[in-house]
Design a protein around this ligand. Sequence first.
Ligand SMILES: [Zn+2]
Ligand SMILES: [Zn+2]
Length: 345
Amino acid sequence: MDFLTLFGIYVAVVLSCIALVCRYSGQHRSPFSRAYSLLFEVVSPWIPQCIQNICYWSMHKIFHQRNRTFVYLHLILEAAIYGEFSYEIFGFCLEMDTTLFNVCLPYFFLAIKSYVFYLCCSKDPGTLTKENHTLQLKVYEYDQKLFQEGLICQTCQLVKPARSKHCSVCDRCVLRFDHHCVWVNNCIGAQNTRFFLLYLLSVCAMAGDIALLTVDMLFHSVVRSGIMHAQYVDSDGQQQPVGLLFVIQHLFMTFPRIVFMLGFVVFVFFLVAGYTMFHCYLALVNQTSNEWFKQKGHGCQHCNPVSEHRCRTSYNPFRGFYHRGILKNLGEIVWPLCPTQKKDN
Ligand SMILES: [Zn+2]
Ligand SMILES: [Zn+2]
């Protein structure tokens, strides 16, 4: 298989993974999501209705009902990356001057990530029940803007506490609802936002560390091979020094699995790092992503507060109703408020 074919396959696989992650990680307004919808509109007339029904049913089952598909996919991808790292990179790094501590660091991050991932999946996010409902109503005040007093969840038949939302996937109301995450198969709410943040940070650390070690290993293999000082004969019969493109092609053909893994890990790093920064920002200003999306439509005094109208002219999250100062905001993530610690503005 020549370089271009191999490279084309790898790019197609990586782009498919990007599209899959963007489409189904709740980022419905991402360019990939829009491209997916556009593509579906174009190709759907040529797809038989029965196949469309099966696809729709499968997608509904996977993305709109609670299930562990993405938890398993997550574990498979992780096993593949760590398998490749252990099989081809770990030993090579030990042969180089990399210390044992540095080589073992990805396994340390993996242990932390696995623990917080388990907590994210299993911890109750803050479900409202008939038993705790009266107490949960006292945790946050109504801002009378995004959260109005006296509204009732038609499914749970409970008065909605401020900052709560009904999750249609889990079929329950959750206090300080952020979003439903398919990757952990759980809602992210008052009680597990801290674990979700740690989970995102640990994934960034894992991906970043593996990427650095892999780049280091590839760099040393290039130096050892001496290919940078090699020459090749061009079509005119002239000897030419090899360039960067030649080296990349050489690495791609010599270590195809490692280069593919590196591309995927770098992609995961930048994707998750961006998402982590967004959630860190939300933690600092004491907002949930649910509120952030809604708030953008409620910043203008001339807008109807309950309409879907979007106006960004006077949106300022630092004047948000639940913002209490950065330290208190972070404290609220780490130690979720209980009714006796009612918010003081
Ligand atoms: Zn509900
Ligand atoms: Zn949910």
